[in-house]
Design a protein around this ligand. Structure first.
Ligand SMILES: [Zn+2]
Length: 255
């Protein structure tokens, strides 16, 4: 077994210096890191798959999903790397449990948020006032550390012709949250999906969340909330509309 080498602590060899680092694609970089880490070069076919996955972007299912057995093996590897003995009694079933938990925590990849919103009601009886759904519980995972960030989403829109069932708004939040995310992108995705499907006069989304990567490790700031917002249409252009929304979500009970 080759010794584990931290690629960052290794000074660049002559071949690395000869190449311009910026010209390497992310997939090549990944392959190089894999080789440095494991001492095994990544097969060209796997590199090609990484390129394809990058091209598909977030939200699309990966074309070559690893098997459940591969996922469980990866969990055993992480347990061993953390210093555990994955064969001890208490841990034998853990990889299977983690895989099942992942199916639940990352169920969003199998959900289509725009399809969720597509069933709209047209006969709104002239209702054109703001629809606000606030304090939607949100549980997501930071894509940088794979640890949870937990908080609330507040969503409002000004219907033009279509309204949607209120539970659908919460399901859209869930569909985007149950993925690996950054809070900023999550906020934008929720707002843009509502904007595209309902074509309202405006959409507002505010997400406030506590990031475990900040509160339980790293700089350790328990209770610190990250707040992100996306304002579209009237919420962006009209200060009084924006104020009305902020007043509505500001009236929430203390938590
Ligand atoms: Zn993080």
């Amino acid at each position: 077994m080759k010794r584990r080498v931290n690629p960052r602590s290794t000074s660049p060899g002559p071949s690395a210096r000869a190449r311009e680092p910026r010209e390497a694609s992310a997939a090549e970089f990944h392959a190089e890191a894999h080789e440095a880490e494991c001492g095994v070069p990544l097969a060209p076919a796997r590199i090609a798959r990484l390129v394809v996955r990058r091209g598909l972007g977030q939200g699309s299912p990966a074309p070559s999903r690893p098997s459940r057995a591969e996922a469980e093996a990866a969990v055993r590897t992480l347990l061993a790397w953390a210093g555990e003995d994955p064969t001890r009694e208490g841990l034998v079933e853990t990889p299977a449990r983690v895989a099942r938990a992942y199916e639940e925590l990352f169920a969003g990849y199998a959900m289509d948020p725009e399809a969720i919103l597509a069933k709209t009601f047209h006969e709104v009886e002239g209702y054109d006032e703001m629809v606000t759904v606030r304090d939607i519980r949100l549980e997501s995972h930071c894509e940088h550390h794979m640890v949870p960030f937990i908080g609330w989403a507040h969503v409002a829109y000004l219907p033009r012709q279509r309204v949607v069932g209120l539970s659908k708004i919460a399901r859209v939040v869930e569909a985007f949250a149950k993925r690996f995310q950054v809070q900023e992108r999550l906020t934008v995705q929720i707002a843009d999906a509502i904007d595209r499907v309902l074509a309202p006069r405006g959409v507002a989304v505010i997400v406030e969340a506590e990031h475990f990567c900040m509160t339980t490790r790293g700089i350790r700031k328990p209770g610190a909330l990250t707040v992100t917002s996306r304002m579209l249409g009237a919420f962006r252009d009209d200060a009084s509309t924006r104020r009305e929304f902020l007043a509505m979500i500001g009236q929430r009970s203390s938590r």
